[in-house]
Design a protein around this ligand. Structure first.
Ligand code: GH3
Ligand code: MG
Ligand code: MG
Length: 365
């Protein structure tokens, strides 16, 4: 007999248990004797609970997976599948919410009680059932169930908030593309992956030409609209496995795993062409714009780590700007090297492009 049963009984006698206030809890009664089920059903319903019943372990398990009850009143002694096995399977199913299980055991069977509790039952009551005690135990278990449900709900909400925060920390709010932080992580990952598999990996930097004049002429909103439409074009041109991001300001970056410098340059040329032919629309007008591209690829003797890849494509983009914009320039390609050679000696030092976070001056702009 449970140690606190007298106390429970006394408490119940002093404060008659009211039927549950909110929507009535549903209790699944599992017993191989129809008479037992009937007696319990009448009692529980008279206390305001809803009931369901199962005559064997298998039926109980089926019911539980279909419509999780709020509590299970489970007979231990059943043919075929014992209550202990039923408890073990229910508690072992992590897709289920917390469902308190109260085992009904024989008065003298300490072994059953221990085994039942070890199998995951939350409480037990001895047969023949003392209904005052049962009422108190049900209430106590259902209280725990409500707390547990609230906790699970909170946990779910927290996970959702976390997920939203993660998304926000990785995404550029204007375009919905990867932001610079996320791009940097991706480059590292993808570069390491490329090296491991000895597969080529290309990086394309894109910078809108004379974009400042869009803002100056048509206003900042028009500028934002152009950036959004450009993002859509880049997304549309990229393959599923590519990553597209906004590196800062009006500068975008494409990561092309598996692409050699020729493929990446052809790709960039296609995008350049599409941008050139695109009419950007914004409330109150339309405009056209071109973009410049810098392409760099691994493997290359001067590219040893992810940072080199960024720097080299940036250098190529800078040359594209220098050479009159609306161009694709590949790092260490003919045009790139000719330009570098021509500028050797008389070249002004290239402006230093700081590594400042968001809003950091778009490299070649
Ligand atoms: P270049 O051809 O050399 O790249 O010239 P540019 O005018 O594009 O380059 P510059 O770096 O001088 O100017 C970039 C401009 O991009 C300045 C800034 O107003 C604009 N810009 C950067 N971020 C945003 C943004 O989020 N929205 C809008 N509307 N404009 C932006
Ligand atoms: Mg620009
Ligand atoms: Mg720029």
């Amino acid at each position: 007999m449970p140690a606190d049963s007298d106390a429970s009984r006394a408490a119940t006698a002093a404060h008659p248990v009211q039927p549950p206030a909110e929507s009535p809890a549903c209790i699944l009664i599992v017993d191989d004797h129809e008479d037992n089920i009937e007696v319990l059903k009448v009692r529980l319903e008279s206390w305001g609970y809803k009931t369901a019943s199962a005559y064997n372990g298998m039926d109980a398990l089926n019911y539980v997976t279909k419509s999780a009850p709020d509590l299970i009143l489970l007979d231990v002694m059943m043919p075929e599948m014992s209550g202990i096995e039923v408890a073990r399977r229910i508690k072992g199913n992590h897709d289920l919410p917390f469902i308190p299980i109260i085992m009904q055991t024989a008065l003298d069977s300490t072994e059953d009680k221990v085994e039942g509790l070890e199998a995951g039952a939350d409480d037990y009551i001895t047969k023949p059932i003392d209904f005052a005690e049962l009422k108190a135990r049900l209430r106590s278990m259902l209280r725990i169930k409500r707390l547990q449900d609230a906790l699970e709900e909170r946990e779910k909400e927290l996970l959702e908030v976390n997920e939203r925060l993660r998304y926000m920390s990785q995404t550029d709010a204007l375009t919905g593309l990867d932001n610079r932080r996320q791009l940097n992580e991706r480059i590292d990952e993808m570069f390491a992956h490329a090296k491991r598999l000895e597969e080529p990996f290309s990086l394309v930097m894109v910078d809108l030409d004379k974009f400042k004049s869009v803002n100056d002429t048509y206003g900042h909103q028009a500028g934002d609209e152009v950036l959004k439409q450009l993002a859509l074009i880049l997304k549309d041109e990229a393959r599923e496995i590519d990553r597209v991001g906004r590196y800062g300001g009006e500068e975008f970056m494409l990561l092309l795993p598996g692409a050699e410098i020729d493929d990446a340059s052809t790709f960039a040329e296609r995008v350049r062409n599409r941008i050139e032919g695109h009419t950007f629309t914004f409330p109150g007008g339309t405009l056209t714009r071109t973009a410049s591209f810098g392409v760099a690829s691994w493997p290359h003797e001067k590219i040893r780590e992810a940072d080199d890849l960024v720097r080299c494509s940036d250098d190529a983009l800078y040359v594209a700007k220098e050479m009159g914009r609306n161009k694709v320039i590949r790092f260490d390609g003919e045009e790139f090297n000719a330009h570098q050679a021509a500028n050797d000696g008389n070249a002004e030092p290239r402006p230093d492009f700081g590594e400042s976070e968001q809003g950091g001056a778009a490299a070649a702009g």
